[in-house]
Design a protein around this ligand. Sequence first.
Ligand code: GLN
Length: 501
Amino acid sequence: MTDQSLTGLTLVDALAGLRARNFSARELTEAHLAAIADANPHLNAFVHVTADKAIAAADVSDGRLARGSEEEVRALEGAPLGIKDLFCTEGVPATACSKILGNFTPPYESGVTEKLFAAGAIHLGKLNMDEFAMGSSNETSAFGPVTSPWRRNGSNAPMVPGGSSGGSAAAVAAELCLAATATDTGGSIRQPAAFTGTVGIKPTYGRCSRWGIVAFASSLDQAGPITRTVADSALMLRVMAGHDPRDSTSLAVETPNFEAACHASLKGLTVGVPKEYRVDGMPKAIEDLWERGIAWLRDAGAKIRTVSLPHTKYALPCYYIVAPAEASSNLARFDGMRYGARVEGRDLTDTYEKSRGAGFGAEVQRRILIGTYVLSAGYYDAFYLRAQRVRRRISDDFTHVFREVDCLLTPTCPSATFELGGKSVDPIEMYLNDVFTVTANLAGLPAISVPAALDANGLPLGLQIIGRALDEESCFTAAAAIEKAAAFNAKPGSWFRGPRS
Ligand code: GLN
């Protein structure tokens, strides 16, 4: 078998191949490490590769696979994964791709990665991301931008992978890992998934533990997987989910069998189409794809209904108050005193100011300034409190429509990927890319993006399914139907596989 025939496998097929002893965990891991070595100089998807750790874990997996008993072979035995740099990983640097964390190496493992590694997953390394997960293009990382493996037809212009989980999406799309962890505060799993032709699910708030994930906006942050198929997504989420007493917002609920939901029938499922998601200036290709998505779900047996979410237009301004407010509070702990970067000043205040001025990048500083402003005396009521009220209205809109429909179908994003540098000059233009994704975070709902087509430039487009709280299963059922009908099997080409020209 050539290397690419190993790295190109789906997670589900790779696990089956390992169990059948068609190849070893070591071969699979080495194939991925070789793919990373080739591609990373082009893509910059990994910021830290844990090759020795990966090989050692692969050997352990091979031992378990050789013994082969039910207890020995765990759910993800021998599966090489990439981990977003926002997750604390014991003994491996976790920097949130910010200078302020320096080379911080956590002495503990995050709740989610702990579950993945306990299930036999192999840690290939840490994935690039927007600094503190703030961004939609992965251009704000202290380690430099990630380049998407996708290019426009007939062009070599570098494109963004989306953000903030751009490293995760690029690595999965470029076949540098079988699957990756990601996080989503306003769209950071789903938007990069849509931009790279991969599958990304943000589960219900509280489904996955936030313990050991560097906090951005604590009431919005959720972890989830980026994968190449819906079935892989279901398997990854099943392992990542589950109650964690160390996170007070983690839900003490059973994790359903998400894989079974991928095979469930759509008969009896009513899918809502929210009319407010038709925004001005949306490319026709996205409108058309949405229509095709409706037809696919109808053909698969679902009932379709037009619904209204009247407060949608306030979601983006609401998000860009709530998220920076929480961020300004969460990021107050990074002061150069206990760990990370420190710039000595004249006195304590000067040291704080110099450390934070040098350690945080421009976008993070912008968020801290916005957040501090909307929380300050005199502005708190006008901005923060009002945004909280709007958030409730947005959430109530969903409660109303979910009395009539089981899930909602929308485009994931109002555009396909754009060129590196194309939007980074205007923060508002960048923020507008989150228009369809932030609503699910504000309401705490599960939402999945599934690749559905290429646009006229040969760039991937995604459709989004939003479900009721704790009903990821309907998301998986509808997403699997779209995946089947769309038969999306486009790959990003192979320009990043050779030596750097
Ligand atoms: N793009 C959004 C932001 O910049 C969402 C980021 C995220 O989900 N982490 O805030």
